[in-house]
Design a protein around this ligand. Structure first.
Ligand code: GUN
Length: 259
Protein backbone atom coordinates (compact mmCIF):
# COMPACT_ATOMS: atom_id res chain seq x y z
CA UNK A 1 0.00 0.00 0.00
CA UNK A 2 1.17 3.54 -0.75
CA UNK A 3 -0.61 4.88 2.29
CA UNK A 4 -1.09 3.36 5.73
CA UNK A 5 -4.69 2.20 6.30
CA UNK A 6 -6.63 4.02 8.98
CA UNK A 7 -9.45 2.70 11.16
CA UNK A 8 -11.82 5.26 12.69
CA UNK A 9 -13.81 4.04 15.68
CA UNK A 10 -16.74 5.90 17.20
CA UNK A 11 -17.50 4.95 20.77
CA UNK A 12 -20.29 6.46 22.82
CA UNK A 13 -19.49 6.41 26.54
CA UNK A 14 -21.51 4.22 28.89
CA UNK A 15 -20.74 0.56 28.15
CA UNK A 16 -17.88 -0.88 30.21
CA UNK A 17 -17.23 -3.89 27.95
CA UNK A 18 -17.05 -1.66 24.85
CA UNK A 19 -14.24 0.30 26.46
CA UNK A 20 -12.20 -2.92 26.71
CA UNK A 21 -13.12 -4.14 23.21
CA UNK A 22 -12.12 -0.82 21.63
CA UNK A 23 -8.84 -0.81 23.56
CA UNK A 24 -8.06 -4.27 22.11
CA UNK A 25 -8.83 -3.03 18.60
CA UNK A 26 -6.57 0.03 19.07
CA UNK A 27 -3.79 -2.16 20.45
CA UNK A 28 -3.90 -4.61 17.54
CA UNK A 29 -3.90 -1.68 15.04
CA UNK A 30 -0.79 -0.25 16.74
CA UNK A 31 0.93 -3.65 16.72
CA UNK A 32 0.47 -4.22 13.00
CA UNK A 33 0.84 -0.64 11.77
CA UNK A 34 -2.74 0.42 11.07
CA UNK A 35 -3.37 4.06 11.93
CA UNK A 36 -6.34 4.40 14.24
CA UNK A 37 -8.41 7.09 15.79
CA UNK A 38 -11.10 6.65 18.41
CA UNK A 39 -13.73 9.34 18.68
CA UNK A 40 -15.20 9.23 22.16
CA UNK A 41 -18.65 10.81 22.39
CA UNK A 42 -20.46 11.58 25.67
CA UNK A 43 -23.33 9.36 26.82
CA UNK A 44 -25.90 12.12 26.17
CA UNK A 45 -24.75 12.80 22.58
CA UNK A 46 -27.66 13.35 20.19
CA UNK A 47 -28.50 11.22 17.17
CA UNK A 48 -27.76 14.22 14.93
CA UNK A 49 -24.32 14.68 16.45
CA UNK A 50 -23.37 11.02 15.91
CA UNK A 51 -24.68 11.22 12.35
CA UNK A 52 -22.62 14.39 11.71
CA UNK A 53 -19.49 12.62 12.96
CA UNK A 54 -20.16 9.66 10.65
CA UNK A 55 -20.69 12.03 7.70
CA UNK A 56 -17.41 13.77 8.48
CA UNK A 57 -15.57 10.41 8.46
CA UNK A 58 -17.37 9.30 5.27
CA UNK A 59 -15.71 12.28 3.55
CA UNK A 60 -12.27 11.80 5.12
CA UNK A 61 -9.93 10.53 2.38
CA UNK A 62 -7.50 9.20 5.00
CA UNK A 63 -10.12 6.87 6.48
CA UNK A 64 -10.20 3.22 5.36
CA UNK A 65 -12.85 2.00 7.75
CA UNK A 66 -15.52 3.31 10.12
CA UNK A 67 -16.63 1.27 13.10
CA UNK A 68 -19.51 2.36 15.30
CA UNK A 69 -18.99 0.39 18.48
CA UNK A 70 -22.18 -1.24 19.77
CA UNK A 71 -24.22 -1.21 21.92
CA UNK A 72 -25.26 2.43 21.84
CA UNK A 73 -27.23 4.14 24.63
CA UNK A 74 -31.00 3.51 24.36
CA UNK A 75 -31.85 7.00 23.03
CA UNK A 76 -29.79 6.41 19.86
CA UNK A 77 -31.16 4.43 16.90
CA UNK A 78 -28.47 1.85 16.11
CA UNK A 79 -29.93 0.68 12.81
CA UNK A 80 -30.38 4.21 11.51
CA UNK A 81 -26.87 5.24 12.48
CA UNK A 82 -25.23 2.10 11.03
CA UNK A 83 -26.93 2.93 7.72
CA UNK A 84 -25.29 6.37 7.70
CA UNK A 85 -21.85 4.73 7.31
CA UNK A 86 -20.68 4.73 3.69
CA UNK A 87 -21.01 1.05 2.64
CA UNK A 88 -17.49 1.11 1.21
CA UNK A 89 -16.13 2.07 4.66
CA UNK A 90 -18.33 -0.31 6.64
CA UNK A 91 -15.57 -2.55 8.07
CA UNK A 92 -18.05 -4.34 10.30
CA UNK A 93 -20.51 -5.31 7.55
CA UNK A 94 -23.41 -3.99 9.60
CA UNK A 95 -25.06 -1.59 7.14
CA UNK A 96 -28.20 -2.75 5.30
CA UNK A 97 -26.42 -2.60 1.94
CA UNK A 98 -23.58 -4.84 3.08
CA UNK A 99 -25.90 -7.28 4.83
CA UNK A 100 -27.91 -7.47 1.59
CA UNK A 101 -24.71 -8.13 -0.37
CA UNK A 102 -23.74 -10.81 2.15
CA UNK A 103 -27.13 -12.49 1.68
CA UNK A 104 -26.46 -12.66 -2.06
CA UNK A 105 -22.94 -14.01 -1.44
CA UNK A 106 -21.43 -10.84 -2.92
CA UNK A 107 -20.21 -9.19 0.27
CA UNK A 108 -17.83 -6.24 0.10
CA UNK A 109 -16.19 -7.38 3.34
CA UNK A 110 -17.34 -10.14 5.69
CA UNK A 111 -18.76 -9.60 9.21
CA UNK A 112 -15.85 -9.77 11.64
CA UNK A 113 -16.97 -12.33 14.23
CA UNK A 114 -18.39 -14.82 11.66
CA UNK A 115 -15.35 -14.39 9.41
CA UNK A 116 -13.07 -15.11 12.38
CA UNK A 117 -15.06 -18.23 13.31
CA UNK A 118 -14.98 -19.71 9.81
CA UNK A 119 -11.28 -18.81 9.46
CA UNK A 120 -10.41 -20.43 12.79
CA UNK A 121 -12.30 -23.64 12.01
CA UNK A 122 -10.60 -23.91 8.63
CA UNK A 123 -7.19 -23.22 10.20
CA UNK A 124 -7.69 -26.18 12.54
CA UNK A 125 -8.80 -28.42 9.68
CA UNK A 126 -12.46 -28.63 10.66
CA UNK A 127 -14.31 -29.64 7.52
CA UNK A 128 -17.50 -27.60 7.14
CA UNK A 129 -18.99 -29.15 4.02
CA UNK A 130 -22.25 -30.95 4.82
CA UNK A 131 -21.86 -30.40 8.58
CA UNK A 132 -24.79 -29.56 10.85
CA UNK A 133 -23.92 -26.26 12.49
CA UNK A 134 -26.11 -25.11 15.36
CA UNK A 135 -25.77 -21.39 16.02
CA UNK A 136 -27.24 -20.35 19.35
CA UNK A 137 -27.63 -16.65 18.58
CA UNK A 138 -29.83 -14.76 16.12
CA UNK A 139 -28.16 -11.33 16.16
CA UNK A 140 -27.05 -9.27 13.16
CA UNK A 141 -23.47 -9.27 14.46
CA UNK A 142 -23.06 -13.02 15.04
CA UNK A 143 -25.82 -15.54 14.28
CA UNK A 144 -27.40 -14.33 11.07
CA UNK A 145 -24.23 -13.45 9.12
CA UNK A 146 -22.54 -16.62 10.40
CA UNK A 147 -25.39 -18.73 9.00
CA UNK A 148 -24.81 -17.06 5.61
CA UNK A 149 -21.06 -17.72 5.70
CA UNK A 150 -21.73 -21.34 6.73
CA UNK A 151 -24.06 -21.73 3.74
CA UNK A 152 -21.27 -20.43 1.54
CA UNK A 153 -19.09 -23.25 2.93
CA UNK A 154 -21.89 -25.73 2.13
CA UNK A 155 -22.56 -26.46 5.79
CA UNK A 156 -26.14 -26.79 7.05
CA UNK A 157 -26.73 -24.04 9.62
CA UNK A 158 -29.59 -23.85 12.11
CA UNK A 159 -30.19 -20.72 14.15
CA UNK A 160 -31.49 -21.22 17.67
CA UNK A 161 -32.87 -18.35 19.75
CA UNK A 162 -34.68 -17.56 22.96
CA UNK A 163 -37.89 -19.34 21.85
CA UNK A 164 -36.17 -22.46 20.47
CA UNK A 165 -37.56 -25.66 21.94
CA UNK A 166 -35.43 -28.61 23.12
CA UNK A 167 -32.20 -26.69 22.73
CA UNK A 168 -30.13 -29.19 24.69
CA UNK A 169 -31.27 -32.03 22.39
CA UNK A 170 -30.40 -29.95 19.35
CA UNK A 171 -26.94 -29.24 20.82
CA UNK A 172 -26.29 -32.97 21.17
CA UNK A 173 -27.27 -33.62 17.55
CA UNK A 174 -25.09 -30.96 15.86
CA UNK A 175 -21.55 -31.45 14.51
CA UNK A 176 -20.50 -27.89 15.31
CA UNK A 177 -22.10 -25.73 17.99
CA UNK A 178 -21.59 -21.97 18.08
CA UNK A 179 -22.66 -20.48 21.39
CA UNK A 180 -23.28 -16.79 22.00
CA UNK A 181 -26.01 -16.68 24.63
CA UNK A 182 -24.25 -14.34 27.03
CA UNK A 183 -25.02 -16.66 29.97
CA UNK A 184 -22.01 -17.69 32.02
CA UNK A 185 -21.90 -21.49 32.56
CA UNK A 186 -24.88 -22.04 30.25
CA UNK A 187 -23.60 -25.49 29.23
CA UNK A 188 -21.11 -28.03 30.60
CA UNK A 189 -19.36 -31.22 29.49
CA UNK A 190 -22.50 -33.37 29.93
CA UNK A 191 -24.36 -31.31 27.34
CA UNK A 192 -22.02 -32.44 24.56
CA UNK A 193 -21.22 -35.74 22.88
CA UNK A 194 -18.02 -37.25 21.54
CA UNK A 195 -16.15 -35.37 18.84
CA UNK A 196 -18.23 -32.19 18.69
CA UNK A 197 -16.67 -28.85 17.80
CA UNK A 198 -17.65 -26.06 20.18
CA UNK A 199 -17.17 -22.39 19.40
CA UNK A 200 -17.78 -20.16 22.42
CA UNK A 201 -18.34 -16.57 21.30
CA UNK A 202 -19.64 -15.09 24.56
CA UNK A 203 -17.50 -12.95 26.81
CA UNK A 204 -19.26 -12.99 30.18
CA UNK A 205 -18.13 -11.92 33.62
CA UNK A 206 -18.46 -14.87 36.02
CA UNK A 207 -19.44 -14.66 39.71
CA UNK A 208 -15.70 -14.65 40.51
CA UNK A 209 -15.33 -11.46 38.45
CA UNK A 210 -13.28 -13.27 35.79
CA UNK A 211 -14.06 -13.47 32.08
CA UNK A 212 -15.74 -16.66 30.93
CA UNK A 213 -17.83 -17.95 28.04
CA UNK A 214 -21.09 -19.92 27.88
CA UNK A 215 -19.26 -23.20 28.56
CA UNK A 216 -18.19 -24.11 32.11
CA UNK A 217 -14.45 -23.48 32.08
CA UNK A 218 -13.57 -26.26 34.53
CA UNK A 219 -15.13 -28.72 32.04
CA UNK A 220 -12.67 -27.96 29.20
CA UNK A 221 -10.50 -30.97 30.06
CA UNK A 222 -13.49 -33.33 30.20
CA UNK A 223 -14.49 -32.09 26.74
CA UNK A 224 -11.01 -32.59 25.34
CA UNK A 225 -11.01 -36.14 26.74
CA UNK A 226 -14.26 -36.73 24.83
CA UNK A 227 -12.44 -35.74 21.65
CA UNK A 228 -14.24 -32.41 21.40
CA UNK A 229 -12.60 -29.19 20.24
CA UNK A 230 -13.37 -25.95 22.07
CA UNK A 231 -12.40 -22.31 21.73
CA UNK A 232 -11.38 -20.76 25.06
CA UNK A 233 -12.68 -17.56 26.64
CA UNK A 234 -10.82 -15.24 26.85
CA UNK A 235 -8.29 -15.37 23.97
CA UNK A 236 -10.51 -17.31 21.58
CA UNK A 237 -13.10 -15.76 19.29
CA UNK A 238 -12.47 -12.32 20.82
CA UNK A 239 -9.03 -12.41 19.21
CA UNK A 240 -10.16 -13.75 15.84
CA UNK A 241 -12.83 -11.03 15.67
CA UNK A 242 -10.20 -8.33 16.08
CA UNK A 243 -7.94 -10.03 13.51
CA UNK A 244 -10.79 -10.16 10.99
CA UNK A 245 -11.39 -6.48 11.58
CA UNK A 246 -7.73 -5.77 10.81
CA UNK A 247 -8.00 -7.82 7.60
CA UNK A 248 -11.12 -5.90 6.59
CA UNK A 249 -9.45 -2.50 7.15
CA UNK A 250 -6.53 -3.60 4.97
CA UNK A 251 -8.85 -5.06 2.29
CA UNK A 252 -10.79 -1.80 2.11
CA UNK A 253 -7.58 0.25 1.96
CA UNK A 254 -6.40 -1.96 -0.94
CA UNK A 255 -9.71 -1.55 -2.78
CA UNK A 256 -9.55 2.23 -2.27
CA UNK A 257 -6.04 2.40 -3.72
CA UNK A 258 -7.09 0.27 -6.70
CA UNK A 259 -9.88 2.73 -7.47
N1 GUN B 1 -19.84 -4.72 19.99
C1 GUN B 1 -19.46 -5.98 20.28
N2 GUN B 1 -18.91 -6.57 19.20
C2 GUN B 1 -18.94 -5.67 18.20
C3 GUN B 1 -18.51 -5.69 16.84
O1 GUN B 1 -17.99 -6.67 16.31
N3 GUN B 1 -18.73 -4.54 16.15
C4 GUN B 1 -19.31 -3.44 16.70
N4 GUN B 1 -19.47 -2.36 15.94
N5 GUN B 1 -19.71 -3.38 17.95
C5 GUN B 1 -19.53 -4.50 18.70
Amino acid sequence: LNKKPKLCIIRVEGDKASERYVRNKNKMCDEIGILNETILLPNDVTQEEVKDKIMELNNDVECSGILLQLPLPKHLDEKYLLDQICPYLDVDCLSSWNIGKLLKGEEYVQSCTPKGIVGLLKFYGVDLKGKDVLIVNDSTIVGRPLALLMLKEKATPTIAHIETKNLKDKIKRADIIVLATGNANFVGADDFVKGQVIVDVSINVGTDGKLCGDVVKSDYNKLLKKGCLITPVPLGIGQTTVLSLMENVIEIAEKREEN
